[in-house]
Design a binder for this molecule. Structure first.
Ligand code: C5P
Length: 343
């Protein structure tokens, strides 16, 4: 079955989680570095657009490789029908939400140091839980609620402390940047929970392949990504050009973000969201560690206690299994059921 699929003798499940840990740490470091490496600041809205474009090409290839025979024998019209037909419109919603989230992520990472960003972004576990309760009818027990509040406390502790760790020229701009950065993280967390749960809902209540869903997702994301370019940086781009301020690190950030989207899809398919949570909390340790060396990040006692609380609560949350009130409408256990092209 799909669950036991292996590459080089390692199950895809654990391989995907390992890649997610490394990708998550790399993303924050590379994204942050790409923003501070040069005085000339590139337009992040264009980076979001290119990440989606790259993901679209990769997802199309993966979708084709999943079942080349069916696509070859049914032809281009069949492919178009698969991408745009029936309930394809459902991906419009997460496409819009994820694009906004990805833009906010750039903003937050530009204003906050990587460690603060990484830890406060863990708040998405809380928003994901709330959205699961509301949309997926997940029931959370006492342990899970407790661990969620512990997570919030841990994040608050990290935030309270880290005025000393902002690397901005003056303390005043530092505080303003930090506040704006945290607001961006807050909204990104809300969007992450909402779009993640919505994607899961669609994936679990329909039978389309995860790569087909990702083709739709990234294709539709190009629309809000273009809107973002026009609305946010439009006038500056017409003055300076699309690739103004781009460095090799910008391409690194774009690649990391694309890879992230693809890995999240694999993790959702072969593992689950709980394991995804574990992986991201492990990557906090990794990026904190790297930040100490790369960005001269100062680790203080409240920061350490807060980080321990975040990681412990994530662990606690993950050890208790999910309870669900009722099965989802039309729930199918195998997400990869291939449906014959209809009429
Ligand atoms: O922080 P979070 O885990 O919510 O980030 C998910 C990231 O993965 C977003 O950048 C989103 O664009 C991407 N994604 C994707 N395809 C999916 C699910 C998420 O590209 N099916």
């Amino acid at each position: 079955s799909a669950m036991e699929k292996k590459i080089f003798g390692i199950s895809i499940k654990y391989l995907s989680l390992l890649v997610l840990v490394v990708q998550n740490s790399m993303l924050v470091i590379v994204m942050r570095y790409s923003r501070i490496v040069s005085d000339v600041k590139y337009f992040t809205s264009t980076a979001v657009f290119f990440a989606e474009l790259f993901k679209l090409v990769a997802s199309l290839c993966l979708y084709y490789l999943e079942d080349p025979e069916t696509i070859k024998s049914n032809g281009f019209k069949y492919l178009l029908h698969q991408i745009f037909g029936t309930d394809s419109w459902k991906m419009f919603i997460p496409a819009f939400l994820y694009t906004l989230q990805n833009n906010l992520q750039y903003r937050a990472v530009s204003l906050l140091d990587p460690a603060t960003f990484q830890v406060s972004y863990q708040m998405k576990i809380l928003t994901t839980a709330l959205c699961s309760v509301i949309l997926l009818k997940t029931i959370l027990g006492a342990v899970k609620w407790t661990s969620l509040f512990m997570l919030t406390a841990g994040i608050a502790l990290v935030q309270l402390d880290s005025t000393s760790s902002t690397q901005t020229p003056s303390a005043k701009t530092g505080t303003i940047n930090k506040f704006q950065g945290l607001v961006a993280v807050g909204f990104a967390c809300l969007l992450s929970g909402l779009s993640g749960v919505y994607f899961e809902l669609v994936l679990k209540t329909t039978s389309k392949s995860v790569w087909l869903r990702n083709v739709q997702l990234s294709l539709y994301s190009l629309v809000p990504a273009t809107l973002g370019i026009l609305l946010v940086d439009g006038s500056d781009i017409s003055k300076n050009g699309f690739f103004y301020g781009y460095t090799i690190w910008t391409f690194g950030a774009i690649m990391c973000q694309s890879l992230g989207g693809l890995v999240v899809a694999v993790v959702v398919k072969y593992a689950d969201n709980i394991l995804k949570g574990f992986a991201t909390s492990i990557s906090i340790i990794l990026s904190c560690f790297l930040s100490i060396f790369i960005f001269d990040f100062k680790v203080t006692l409240p920061f350490t206690i807060g980080t321990v609380l975040v990681i412990y609560s994530t662990y606690l949350y993950g050890t208790v299994p999910d309870k669900r009130k009722a099965p989802l409408p039309n729930e199918e256990t195998n997400y990869n059921v291939k449906i014959a092209p209809s009429g």
